[in-house]
Design a protein around this ligand. Structure first.
Ligand SMILES: [Zn+2]
Ligand SMILES: [Zn+2]
Length: 355
């Protein structure tokens, strides 16, 4: 009955990239035991892990983290072991997973499909051990199958794209609507492409001159209009494209006070601002301008089950061209170099290859 289950006596060690103690830096590769799975878990041999902006913030100690902990959450891999209580999953299947380890499954948020907001969750990658390692143990109920048409490498974009799909569930893109995305990072570019895939009549992406290369890439990927806010007047550009109305939906991914103000300037009356950019504290906010525009503001983080499935569907169907968004891969050992390249904006999205 205990087929494919190592129980509590798993032997062997693996390499893992860990935050070893609090503070800036303190990230290193260590040899740690290969995890033993619980009865409702599977063991996944990790193949690729995308580097998330949150990993860079953990390096700079600007994002919550609970060391010692294995970092990483945007992973893909292959099931190598299945717990005895797991149903419906087999050794050899290609998977990604949600991050929401520890979610209770019992509270109102879990029962309404919002597992990501469960107060019990201890996400993998900064609270519970994550995926910058040769293996990860994960509860089977957090798994998603990678469609046959999608490669293991490209599947690493599932989670960041799911973050965008999650907010688009709450503020759907109407087919005739004009969408403006602020911030040309990976989330901004994925959000712009997701809005296009959802049927927007036009999508504009706003970024500064320091993100020139990313703006150029977004244009090549089919974003309708690129606005360089260092050289162009964002408000007048958007107004001229929308008969003086403003954007129906503004997706804010920058998280700075300046980008929040920009969002408010370019959103139309009774339009919506979708806030995805994690900020740095308390902002001044032009309250009355928001009142007299009668806007909606929707905040969002992380992603629900459906958003992960939507994301896999869009990636597998080629609607989101993963190969062009992933700038390159580095071996796990070269993690520091890859983190540095991203911090210096020399690349849009980098992926660590584990094996
Ligand atoms: Zn992420
Ligand atoms: Zn719960």
């Amino acid at each position: 009955m205990l087929k494919n289950w190592g129980g509590f006596l798993k032997m062997g060690t693996m390499k893992a990239l860990m935050k070893v103690s609090k503070g800036k830096g303190n990230i290193e590769i260590r040899n740690v035991p290969i995890p033993t799975i619980k009865k409702d878990e599977v063991l996944v041999q990790v193949k690729y892990v995308g580097i998330c902006g949150s990993d860079l913030h953990i390096d700079d100690d600007e994002h919550p983290n609970y060391p010692p902990v294995i970092l990483g959450h945007e992973y893909s891999g292959i099931i190598t072991e299945v717990g005895p209580e797991v149903k419906g999953w087999e050794v050899g299947e290609r998977v990604i997973s949600e991050l929401h380890a520890g979610a209770c499954g019992e509270c109102v948020l879990c029962k309404t499909g919002n597992v990501f907001a469960c107060p019990q969750k201890h996400p993998i990658g900064w609270w519970t051990n994550g995926s910058y390692a040769e293996y990860i143990a994960i509860p089977a109920w957090l798994l998603h199958r990678i469609p046959a048409k999608l490669s293991l490498l490209d599947a690493t974009l599932t989670e960041p794209l799911a973050v965008c799909m999650n907010i688009l569930q709450r503020t759907p893109v109407a087919p005739q609507s004009f969408v403006t995305v602020i911030g040309p990072g990976p989330i901004g570019i994925l959000a712009a492409l997701a809005a296009k895939a959802a049927g927007a009549r036009g999508v504009a992406l706003v970024g500064r001159d320091s993100s020139r290369d990313r703006l150029k890439l977004a244009s090549e990927l089919g974003v309708d209009l690129i606005i360089n806010s260092s050289t162009q007047n964002v408000e007048s550009e958007i107004l001229s494209l929308t008969n003086g109305m403003g954007a129906d939906l503004v997706i804010e991914t920058g998280g700075s006070e300046a980008s929040v103000w920009e969002a408010l300037k370019v959103v139309r009356k009774l339009g919506t601002i979708a806030a995805l950019g994690v900020g740095k504290g308390t902002y001044n906010f032009p309250w009355n301008e928001a009142i007299f525009k009668a806007i909606n503001i929707v905040f969002s983080f992380s992603a629900n089950y459906l958003a992960f499935e939507q994301s896999l569907h869009l990636l597998a169907g080629g609607r989101i061209p993963a190969q062009k968004i992933i700038s390159g891969t580095y071996p796990l050992e070269a993690w520091a170099e890859a983190f540095q390249a991203l911090k210096q904006r020399k690349a849009l999205k980098l992926v660590l290859k584990i094996k």
